[in-house]
Design a protein around this ligand. Structure first.
Ligand SMILES: [Zn+2]
Length: 272
């Protein structure tokens, strides 16, 4: 009997011993997002998951935890790890290696006022930056998305994510979204189930809709001619958020589609 109790004790210890966890090896490129499904380090995991010292929301389901892993465009290519932390215990669940990626270059000419800002515009830009910071905080632990993400429009991509840009021969920036060719008034559809967290006219992206999909994932639809939704609306995949247009800082009518994960703009293509 004593042996049996000892055995049971050992079995129960080994099933909850975090140090016995074998970490996953994952590689990711700058500006990429990956949905990872990892074996749950502990039954009914209630601890925290942290990647590169940033707490990441996760979903636990049937012995796996799912997280979106995102790497910034501005990556220093330094490897990092993800940890599961519960009370005093900490275990590495994934080791992340960053692979190099090259991005293309383009030159654009836009309205001078959208590159050299007036005092009034600068005030507006700063106010909107504050507003957006709050929007992207969201309630990250909610999970709204369901199944794979979809493109917001079936059309030719005119500028890919990560393109280095020179505006009016003067100002450098990076294009941290995807541009699609879109005739004025084309229906723009939401990429997945989510909640509208912004529906407003912004200086750079014009008439803009932002959707919270949960687990730290947001999609953004810019330069619309018409917004068809309001903050708080629940969206199903494929619902129309508005019509394409050329509001904000543009060279012509198109859709700008942005994907933000854990505060980083990432390539929407890697989410599909
Ligand atoms: Zn764009």
């Amino acid at each position: 009997m004593k042996t049996l109790i000892l055995l049971l004790f050992l079995v129960s210890c080994s099933s909850t011993n975090l140090s016995s966890y074998t970490p996953y090896n994952v590689s990711i490129k700058p500006g990429e997002v990956k949905l990872l499904s990892l074996k749950t380090p502990r039954k009914n995991a209630k601890g925290k998951v942290s990647c590169n010292n940033q707490e990441i929301p996760y979903l636990e389901n049937n012995g796996t935890i799912s997280i979106f892993l995102a790497e910034t465009y501005f990556s220093k290519l330094k490897p990092f790890s993800c940890q599961y932390i519960e009370k005093e215990e900490k275990v590495t669940i994934a080791n992340i290696k960053i692979e190099k990626k090259a991005f293309p270059f383009e030159q654009l000419s836009v309205d001078r006022k959208k590159v050299f800002y007036s005092k009034k515009d600068l005030k507006r830009i700063l106010k909107e930056a504050k507003q957006l910071k709050l929007v992207y905080k969201g309630n990250k632990k909610d999970v709204f998305f369901n199944g794979p993400f979809a493109l917001p429009i079936k059309s030719k991509v005119t500028s890919i994510y990560g393109t280095k840009r020179l505006f009016n021969n003067n100002k450098n920036s990076q294009h941290l979204g995807t541009d699609f060719r879109a005739k004025l008034g084309t229906s723009i559809r939401v990429s997945n189930v989510g909640k509208v967290v912004l529906a407003d006219d912004l200086f750079f992206s014009g008439n803009t809709v932002i959707i919270d999909h949960g687990l730290g994932v947001f999609t953004m639809y810019g330069h619309l001619s018409k917004i068809s939704v309001k903050v708080g609306d629940q969206m199903n995949k494929g619902h129309v958020v508005g019509l394409s247009g050329m509001s904000g800082r543009v060279t012509g009518p198109h859709l700008h589609w942005g994907v933000k994960v854990h505060g980083h703009w990432v390539d929407g293509d890697s989410l599909i």
